[in-house]
Design a protein around this ligand. Sequence first.
Ligand code: COA
Length: 479
Amino acid sequence: MAKKKPQKAKQAKAKTAAKKSARKVLKFTAPKKANGNGKSNNLPKPSSKPYGQDGKALTGVRILDFTHVQSGPTCTQLLAWFGADVIKVERPGVGDITRGQLRDVPGADSLYFTMLNHNKRSITIDSKHPQGMRVLNALIKTCDVLVENFAPGALDRMGLTWDYIHKLNPRMIVASVKGFGPGPYEDCKVYENVAQCAGGSASTTGFREGPPLVTGAQIGDSGTGLHLALGIVSALYQRIRSGRGQKVLCAMQDGVLNLARVKLRDQQRIAKGPLTEYSQYGEGVPFGKAVPRAGNDSGGGQPGWILKCKGWESDPDAYTYFITQAPAWGAICDVIGKPEWKTDPDYATPKARLPKLKAIFATIEQWTMTKTKFEVMDICNAVDIPVGPILSMKEIAEDESLRKTGTVVEVDHPTRGKYLSVGNPIKLSDSISEVKRSPLLGEHTDEILTDVLGFKANEVAEIKNSGALSAPKKEEKAA
Ligand code: COA
C-alpha cells in the first residue's frame, strides 16, 4: 500500500501535465474580422517582456515527426528551433538510418544524424504493431502536424491515410516530402542528386564543355525541407481561421526547380536571342535550344567570374568571386591599374565589354593573383566592388563571426562529445534559437507516453510488454 501512493501521485502528475500540454496545443483561436483599418483587432496587447523572453514563435505547436534521412529532418529541426515540440518517431532498434551512416565515432550517432535532429525528442514505435498503432493514435490526437518523408505509399501502408488521420484529428496538418509530385514519376524513391537532376539544376550547372554537375549544397533535400517548413507554418496560420488541417506536399523536383527558377527565365529568353550575359556569347559560341551550363558566370545581369588569388598554386580555395558591376567599373579600373579603360570606348560601357569579358577577367586576375582573397575583399569592398572570397569549410568552421551569431555552434553530446553544427540560419529577434543536442534513440519514450499522452503505468507496461516499442529479440529476428 505504502508503495502505491507515490505511484498514484506520479500518475496524477502525468495526467495534469498531459492536460496542460493539450491545453497549450488548443490555445489557438480563430481571428476576428479585420477592422476598418485593415488591422486584425483580436491580437493580444504587445508583450511587456523583454525581447527573447516571451516564449518562442512556435511554442504550443506539437509535431509528430515521422521523418528520416535529410529532407524531412531539416524541416522538423527548423520547427523545433522555433519552439515546436518535435516528437521523432523511430523504428525500434534501428531508428533513423542516418544514425549509423558515415559514422566517425564508433558506436555514437553519426554527425549526419546529430546535425539534422537537434532540439527533438525521440520515441521508438513499431508502427506495424497494434500496440504501436495505439500509441500513434494517441500522438495523432495530441499533435498539430504530422511530417513525413517516407517513400510514396508507405504512410498509407501503415494505415495512416489522410482519411484515418483526419477522422482522429480534423485539425491535423499532414506534411510530406516526396521526390516527385503527381505524374509519371510519383511512385519513385528519390535522393538528393536525383532531385538536382530532375529539377533543372544539374543541366545548368558546370562548364559548357563538361558533363552536367550536381552541387554540394543540398538543395534537393535541405532545400525541400525548408520549403516544407514554410508550407507547414502557412497551414498552421490558415488553421487559426479555418479550424481544420490540410495536406502540405513538397516534391523535391519542384523545390529544386523553384531554386533554379532563373534558369527557366533564361530558357524563355533564349528563344528571343542569345543570352548576352553568358560568357559563351562573348566567346562567339552559338546557343542551342536549351539553357547551357554557364560555368562560373554570374547568375544576374552583372558579369562575374572566379579568379585566382595569391597562393592558388598550393591552396585549392585561394580564389575570389569578382563582379564587374557597371557602377563600380571606374573603381575596378583604378584598383587593377587600368585607369585608361574608364574612358576607352572599347571598355567604357557594359555593352562594349561583353565580347571581351574573358580577356577583361584575365587582366583583373593578373591583379587578384598578387593579393590574398581576403586582401581582395578588403580593397574592393572599400570602393564598393562586389567580390567574395571562396571560403573552405575549414575557414567557415573557424570563423569567429559565424560563431558569434550562432550560425556555427559547438554542441556537446553524451556519446560522441563536442562537435560543430550549423545553428538556425533564420534569426528572429523575439524567438531566439538555442541548439540542443539530438536525442538518443528512444531517449524520451517514457516521458512521451506518460507526460504527453497520459498513459497510466499499467498501460505503459502493457504497451511495452507487447514489444511494440522495442527491437525484436534476436531469436524473433532470426525466425
Ligand atoms: N515502424 C515500422 N515500420 C517503419 C517505421 C516504424 N517506426 N518507420 C518506417 N517504417 C517502414 C515503412 O513503413 C516502410 O515500409 P514498407 O515499404 O514495407 O511500407 C519502410 O520502413 C521503409 O520506408 P521507406 O521510406 O521506403 O525507406 P527507404 O529507405 O526504402 O527509402 C527514401 C528511403 C528516402 C528513398 C524514401 O523514403 C523516399 O523516397 N522518400 C521521399 C523522398 C525523400 O525524402 N528523399 C530524400 C531523403 S533525404
